[in-house]
Design a protein around this ligand. Structure first.
Ligand SMILES: Cc1cc2nc3c(=O)[nH]c(=O)nc-3n(C[C@H](O)[C@H](O)[C@H](O)COP(=O)(O)OP(=O)(O)OC[C@H]3O[C@@H](n4cnc5c(N)ncnc54)[C@H](O)[C@@H]3O)c2cc1C
Ligand code: FES
Length: 369
């Protein structure tokens, strides 16, 4: 870094962040959003420009209590400001990583990250009118989208509805109100569930309902809808929109817990089950796990993680779609057919790592787990 009169000069990045080669991010600043939500601004160790689509996430790995733990966090910043990224994290009671971040991630602390990845983005679904519905920390991908349109001075008509417990829990409130003040095409409607003495009435009260939504956005049936929030919130929104006759092809949602199996995985599992039930001979391979000293038989058409789960093993996993990197393990010997979606780098594959959630055995295997 060059210096002028002893003061370091500012330098914007000219090189791009390459997920295959770059992984270290340094915390630059911490911002308190609410009593239990913080935003962490991160910068690559060497200046790099990020290129991503608003709504995408990164997977971070943490060393906590002698263990490596992976978690995904949406990039709450906008790609229009490419030199830094940010994650906005809500403290989850007893959650190891969210509490570690709140208590330990300070300027200067380094993190390892993989990504960006994910396909929850308005860029894949261009529309003239959007409706963003968020609950709690599910606001982050929608905030990235709103910030992007705002920075681009894009005239899209956006209604941004955010449901929070009380008005003290509304994340990014000042910024969303500022966007609404500056842009007549952007409307912000906070909805609060409860009123407390610390957080007096503000915005609409209650849970999001069809009459409430009709009041906020009478034309909601004509909009492209993006939703992110806790599972019960998203289930309620889905049911509400279906009942209102919304064309669900224009409905897009992101879950923060990857709980559901994808259709393709279900069909893989099904193939194995149908074969089992029909007594069709299915070739199996022996998979040995060195640390847990377990050995299981895995059908050739089943992912190793799925087979291990069925055998009662508890291996780390999150997305089960080859995206997040949580199930990354060292393959000591043998070969697999792996169909990942960005959750592993080429150099890691070259070094013998595999993602167990999306790898089918093509020979006997020894895995370091
Ligand atoms: C694609 C993706 C993007 C994500 N983006 C964000 C984000 O922008 N901001 C953010 O705060 N989190 C986000 N998460 C959730 C995040 O990865 C962690 O799960 C969360 O921080 C809790 O981690 P933990 O280790 O503290 O607790 P965990 O051990 O993971 O969770 C403890 C318990 O809390 C539940 N839980 C997890 N997250 C929440 C939550 N946000 N609110 C209430 N209960 C929860 C879990 O289901 C579990 O039962 C995202 C997850 C995914 C998959
Ligand atoms: S569990 Fe996410 S990549 Fe395997």
């Amino acid at each position: 870094m060059s210096a002028m009169n002893g003061v370091p000069t500012l330098q914007l990045a000219s090189e791009s962040w390459d997920s295959d080669a770059d992984e270290i991010l340094v915390c630059q600043a911490v911002r308190e959003e609410t009593h239990d939500v913080k935003t962490f601004m991160l910068k690559p160790l060497s200046p790099r420009r990020f290129s991503y689509q608003p709504g995408q996430f990164m997977t971070y790995s943490f060393e906590i209590g002698g263990e490596t733990i992976h978690r995904c966090y949406t990039i709450s910043a906008a790609p229009t400001r490419p030199d830094t990224i940010s994650l906005t994290v809500k403290r989850v009671p007893n959650g190891p990583v969210s509490n570690w971040l709140h208590d330990n991630l300070k300027p200067g602390v380094r993190l390892k990250a993989l990504g960006p990845m994910g396909d929850f983005t308005c860029f894949s679904h261009p529309a003239a009118r959007y409706l963003f519905l968020s609950g709690g920390s599910g606001i982050t991908p929608l905030m990235s989208m709103a910030r992007t349109f705002h920075d681009l001075a894009d005239p899209k008509d956006i209604v941004f509805v955010h449901s929070a417990r009380t008005s003290a829990d509304i994340i990014f409130r000042d910024e969303l109100e500022m966007m609404a003040r500056l842009n007549p095409n952007f409307r912000f409607a906070p909805v609060v569930e409860a009123v407390t003495p610390h957080a007096p009435s503000s915005g609409l009260r209650g849970r999001l309902s069809t009459p409430m939504l009709s009041l906020i956005a009478p034309d909601f049936l004509t909009r492209e809808i993006f939703v992110c929030g806790p599972a019960p919130y998203m289930a309620a929104v889905r049911a509400m929109l279906e009942a209102a006759g919304f064309d669900m092809k224009r409905y897009h949602e992101e879950s923060f817990n990857f709980a559901e199996l994808t259709k393709s995985e279900q069909s893989e599992v099904l193939v194995a089950e149908v074969a089992e039930n029909l007594d069709v001979p299915v070739k199996t391979f022996k998979v040995e796990f060195t640390k847990t000293r377990r050995s299981i038989e895995v059908p050739e058409n089943m992912f190793v993680l799925e087979a291990a789960k069925r055998a009662g093993m508890r291996l780390p996993s999150s997305c089960t779609q080859g995206m997040c990197g949580t199930c990354k393990s060292k393959k000591v010997s043998g070969s697999v057919d792996m169909t990942h979606q960005g959750g592993i780098r080429q150099r890691e594959i070259d070094a013998g790592m595999v993602l167990l959630c999306c790898s089918k055995p093509t020979s006997d295997l020894v895995i370091e787990r």
